[in-house]
Design a protein around this ligand. Structure first.
Ligand code: HEM
Length: 396
């Protein structure tokens, strides 16, 4: 059994060989995380799918376990940032999710298509005529941000500051001393946003949530701030990696780029394959066993934390034929990149639509796009929660 340092840049550059070895050597393993917390990592597909939907693995209790050490959850002044649906069990989870689910149905999201197409066009206009750009900075990052900000009713002007705090927060303990100030800044920013919207409401989602809070009392003030935090973080940190990782996969092997560019009917299956093969979210958030239970024949004791490695489950050879090969036309693709069970990603239809528009327009406008550096030189972001590139320099 190989031992790896999960915080080591070489592991982060390519964690797949280690995960493959773990899947082979045993169903789950107890591992010390970069945060110092020890957790069970679930790496095989069937175990992962079952664990994601297991009501005995609680999100709410995960907050009371080693909260200051937990890699992907703020603590202290940031307790306000941990009252959201992804940190809740039923019935709170059900109540919180229901408050916003209508805004994220496939039908409602489809109605945003013209506006998302326009935002995408504007971003591509802005880089027109340039020779070399960072595709993350100029395209993959600003597109989802602008969309989620408009949906919520939040000015996009502060997005650079927000991006810094958000990056620091999701890298958790690997951010060191920068973590607490970033959390404080983020909390202050969200409270100011809510105060501003409260005094001048609009037709947006945030104003709607404030209305629910103030008139119907179905949401506490902390839950309101926490909901805004979750939606903004989800909008900032995930779809950027779907567009970024997908572009990387296409550009490191141009035959894939050309295959999709000339066969756009493959777009839906290609996007699912990007999600499976190099998904934006590496691991689930923490869950904690509320009673003794078994995963893959190993007993997990009540109170022990469990993390599901989505990236590993999605490369499980027992579930996906030819799992280690990118196949843009893969027909059966029940990947777990958006999770599974009651916490299944609320934003999945939005992420899929943004990716579809982004890849279509990018390939139409820049059919000869190529990497500006060797693929091996690209740097991956730290932290176990997300899988994405620092930058993706391309020649237009
Ligand atoms: C490609 C992009 C995205 C990926 C791969 C992704 C992935 C995930 C995953 C894996 C989970 C479940 C985590 C767990 O069970 O521990 C989740 C939950 C969630 N995601 Fe996404 N997400 C993406 C985009 C978005 C976007 C754009 C939003 C927009 C608002 C969003 C909002 C949420 C919310 C609110 C939850 C919590 C749902 C609940 O607890 O019921 N996500 N996402």
């Amino acid at each position: 059994m190989i031992e790896v340092d999960l915080a080591d840049p070489s592991f982060q550059a390519n964690p797949h060989p280690a995960y493959a070895e773990w899947r082979r050597s045993g169903p789950i393993r107890r591992t010390r995380l970069p945060s110092g917390l020890t957790a069970w990592l679930v790496t095989r597909y069937d175990d992962a799918r079952r664990a994601l939907a297991d009501p005995r693995l609680s999100k709410q209790s995960a907050f009371s376990v080693g909260s200051s050490a937990a890699a992907n959850r703020p603590s202290g002044p940031a307790a306000i940032l941990s009252r959201h649906m992804l940190a809740a069990d039923p019935p709170d989870h059900t109540r919180l999710r229901r408050l916003v689910s209508a805004a994220f149905t496939a039908r409602r999201i489809e109605s945003l298509r013209p506006r998302i197409e326009e935002i995408t066009r504007d971003l591509l206009d802005a880089i027109e005529g340039k020779d070399r750009v960072d595709l993350i900075d100029t395209f993959a990052f600003p597109l989802p941000i602008q969309v989620i900000c408009e949906l919520l009713g939040v000015p996009a002007d502060d997005r650079d500051a927000f991006r810094d705090w958000s990056n620091v927060i999701v890298a958790g303990s690997q951010s060191g001393d920068r973590l607490e100030p970033a959390i404080r800044a983020m909390v202050g920013y969200i409270l100011a946003l809510i105060a501003e919207r409260r005094s001048s409401p609009g037709p947006d989602l945030l104003s709607g949530l404030i209305q629910v809070r103030d008139s119907e009392d179905r949401l506490t003030e902390e839950e309101l701030s926490s909901m805004v935090f979750l939606l903004l973080i989800a909008g900032h940190e995930t779809t950027v990696n779907l567009i970024g990782n997908g572009s990387y996969l296409l550009l490191r092997d141009r035959s894939q780029w050309d295959l999709l560019r000339t066969g756009k009917e493959l777009m839906p299956s290609a996007i699912e394959e990007f999600l499976r093969y190099e998904g934006p979210v590496e691991t689930s958030t923490f869950r904690v066993a509320t009673e003794d239970l078994e995963i893959g024949g190993t007993v997990i004791r009540a109170g022990e934390p469990v993390v599901i490695v989505l990236l590993s489950a999605n490369r499980d050879e027992d579930r996906f034929p030819d799992a280690g090969t990118l196949r843009l036309d893969r027909a059966q693709n029940p990947h777990l990149a958006f999770g599974h069970g009651i916490h299944y990603c609320l934003g999945a239809p939005l992420a899929r639509l943004e990716a579809q528009i982004a890849f279509t327009q990018l390939m139409d406008r820049h059919p000869d796009l190529r990497l500006a550096v060797p693929a091996e030189d690209l740097r991956w972001r730290p932290g176990l929660l997300l899988r994405g590139l620092h930058e993706l320099p391309v020649v237009l």
